[in-house]
Structure formats: C-alpha cells, structure tokens
Design a protein around this ligand. Structure first.
Ligand SMILES: Nc1ncnc2c1ncn2[C@@H]1O[C@H](COP(=O)(O)OP(=O)(O)OP(=O)(O)O)[C@@H](O)[C@H]1O
Ligand SMILES: [Mg+2]
Length: 387
C-alpha cells in the first residue's frame, strides 16, 4: 500500500470547459454534399486562450458557430462543463461572440452599447453602472461613456465590442477574426491588448484566425486545421519546433523540405541518409515508412566555402555540410534570407538574423558566392508528408 499523499494531487492539470467529440458538419449545397468538418475532437481548457488557425475554407468559422450554437453539428457532441449542449439554443449558452464587424448599435452611446446585454437580462441599475464602469476602465475606455460609435477610432470600437461581450461574464468568449478590419499597426497593438484583457479576466477564449503570427503571439495553444480536420494541437513553440505534419510545418513559418530515406529505426532513433550524409535523428513516433524532413531556414548556417574553421566538422559531429552557391538574397532588415543551390541541385532557404553589435553586413556571403551550408541533425524534423 502506498502512503496517502500529503498534498492533494490534481487529477488533471487542466480541466476542460468545452469538450468537442466526433463533431462532423455536412452542408447540403446545390452542387452536392460538402463535408466542412470531418471528425473533430477537441478539449478547451479552463481560462486558456485557444486559437483555431488554418487557411480559408478549412472550417474554422463552422467550428466556432457550432460552439456558439448558431449551427448544429451533423454528428457528434459539444459539451460544456461536462453537460452536452447540442440542444441548447445559442441565446441560452453562456457564451459571447466577438465578430470582425463590431456590430455596435450606432444610435446607442458607448455606455449603452456595453450595458445592452445586462439590460436585456434585467440586471439592476446599480449593478449595471458598476459592471460597465469596471469593464470600461479595464479596457481603457473611461471618459468615452457618452460618445456614439461613429465618434470612436477603430481600436476603440473594437474595445467597446469586446467590453460588451465580457460584461455579461460569459463562460466562453468566441472570436471570429476580430482584428482583420484593422490596419497592421493597430492590429498588433490590439492583439496584445486583447491578450492582456483576456488574462486579466481569465475568460476561456476561442479565437479564429488565418494569421499565423497573430496565433503564435496570442495563444496558450493553437489548433491547426486543414480541410475540415485537426492537423495538430499544441503550444505555439510545440507547433513551430515539433510540427506533426508537413502541412503544419509549411503553414507555420517557413520550411525547407528534404527527401530522406530511412536506413534503420530503433530505440536509438531514426537512422537516415540525407544530402549524402548518414545521420541519427530524433524519432517523433507515429511516422509511417514514408516521411519527409523539415528544416527551418534559421537552422541553416552558411559559411564561405574556403573558411578553414569548419573543415574539421564531420558527419560524426551530427552535422550535414553541403557545398553550394548563393542564388538569391533578400535583405529584410532584422534578417537576411538566402536561397542557396547545393551542388546536388537541392534548393535551401537560409535565414541569418542581424545585430549591429554583433556583426556587420560585410560578413555576409553575396549573390553568386560559394558557401558551405551546415545543418545540425537536431534541426531536422521528421514529419508526415501530405496525404
Ligand atoms: N452555410 C453553408 N452552406 C454551404 N457550405 C458552407 C456553408 N458555410 C460554410 N460552408 C463551406 O464550408 C467550408 C468551411 O467554411 P468556413 O466558413 O468554416 O471556413 P473558414 O475556415 O472560416 O474560412 P475563412 O478563413 O475564409 O473564413 C467552406 O468550404 C465553405 O464554403
Ligand atoms: Mg471564417
């Protein structure tokens, strides 16, 4: 018998607020059946900021609308705090949706826009005053109570829309591309604002976007979707550093894709031949015979072909070194991107970040220069190819 633990053990680290099981959505259209969601299983944890990310048409809005109750799933169950809610209509679900078009009431003041949901719920007058006041101060809207929506900037309108949604204290906040009408600078400012407010209030949030930078910057976890399926769920760094599929690697950031053949698989890992070098790689598991290697541009180091320092690095050090030449250079300010053609014809993207304190542009290879591309085995990620 084991001794009783002196500290309570939490059975699960995160508790789920929403659980989506086997959700499928088929639309009947004039041109036949369209399966917008194939079979979605997803757990949304208490207090987290979860982003659904994927290209246009992959089913993000459909999934969000099913959570909100605006759309019925063809099959599967949506549960909230352990209770199935498929039959609960949208207006009875403790959720609020923030749209791309803020949909503020143009004839109501900022205060009345924010108070709207509380008035509908017949909340006492004093409580409305207090709750609206608190939300307005958190959102930096104090002083704008009597303005009309047309008298606000885009960012302020967005904050009013958010204030109106959070003031009713929903269990879950749903966002469908709420920032896509804003210009780039305001977008960036609003995304940190939104994140700050969400963290301060601790409201479980589901955020839909097709913007990978936004997803990376804001989320606790990201759900990457493609063609009605979930490709991967993970924290931003997991999605970026350990993509499960080629789709994910390609969609999030830039990826070189290298053909490789598996020589042997064992407990030591994956033994592969790539660019003429035999290497032992980390085996992420779950791979079939068929896989590809993904390599991020920032993991390719370029040195001048005649540099003596690098000559003594051999494959034993778990490096690939492949000679080639620089075909193209793009100077991006904080970094330079190189397209290198290796001697076997393989094209590689390499990225080198800059710092005035550390290096000078003169150190960089130029177009047409011979270079040695070096890659450490740990930077080669084995992933499933496209189906
Ligand atoms: N009411 C509908 N009737 C028929 N097909 C629909 C309907 N709503 C969505 N679809 C289809 O389902 C698929 C998923 O649509 P959805 O709106 O969920 O995509 P999305 O990922 O939100 O895309 P976007 O980034 O462009 O907003 C698309 O192919 C779309 O055309
Ligand atoms: Mg959409």
């Amino acid at each position: 018998m084991t001794a009783a633990p002196s500290v309570p053990i939490r059975t699960s680290v995160e508790s789920s607020v929403v659980e989506v099981s086997g959700v499928q959505k088929v639309f009947d259209t004039k041109r036949g059946r369209h399966e917008a969601l194939k079979s979605i299983d997803l757990q949304i944890h208490d207090g987290e900021f979860l982003t659904i990310l994927g290209p246009s048409g992959c089913g993000k809005t459909t999934l969000l609308r099913i959570l909100a109750g605006f759309e019925q799933p063809t099959a599967g169950v949506v549960a909230l705090d352990g209770e199935p809610i498929n039959d609960v209509p949208a207006n009875k679900r403790p959720m609020a949706m923030v749209f791309q078009s803020y949909a503020l009431f143009p004839h109501l003041t900022v205060f009345e826009n924010i108070a709207y949901g509380l008035r509908i719920a017949k909340t006492p007058r004093d409580e409305i005053e207090e709750r609206v006041g608190v939300v307005m101060s958190i959102m930096d809207l104090a002083g704008l109570e009597q303005r009309l929506p047309t008298q606000l900037s885009g960012g302020q309108q967005q904050r009013v829309a958010l204030a109106r949604s959070v003031v009713i204290r929903p269990r879950v906040l749903l966002f469908d591309e709420p920032l896509s009408n804003l210009d780039a600078r305001l977008r960036e400012q609003m995304r940190s604002e939104l994140r700050r407010i969400q963290q301060q209030l601790g409201i479980t949030s589901v955020y839909v976007t097709h913007d990978q930078t936004e997803a990376m910057a804001m989320s606790d976890r990201i759900v990457v979707m493609s063609e009605g399926r979930i490709e991967q769920v993970g924290a931003p760094h997991e999605i970026y550093r350990r993509p499960a599929t080629l789709f994910v690697a390609d969609f999030i950031g830039k990826a070189n894709v290298l053909r490789a053949s598996a020589l042997k698989r064992s407990s030591e890992g994956l033994s592969v031949s790539v660019l003429g070098t035999h290497l032992q790689l980390h085996d992420p598991g779950g791979l079939d015979e068929d896989f590809v290697l993904v390599l991020r541009p920032e993991d390719v180091t370029l040195t001048p072909l005649d540099s003596p320092n690098d000559r003594n690095i051999t494959a034993k050090d778990r490096h690939i070194q492949a000679p080639g030449w620089v075909r193209r250079i793009e100077y991006l300010g904080a970094a330079t991107q190189f397209t290198v053609e290796l001697n076997d014809g393989t094209l590689l993207e390499a990225m080198r970040s800059h710092s005035l304190a550390r290096d000078s542009v003169g150190d960089l290879p130029g177009e047409g220069d011979g270079v040695l591309a070096m890659v450490h085995a740990d930077a080669l990620l084995a992933v499933k190819p496209r189906p």
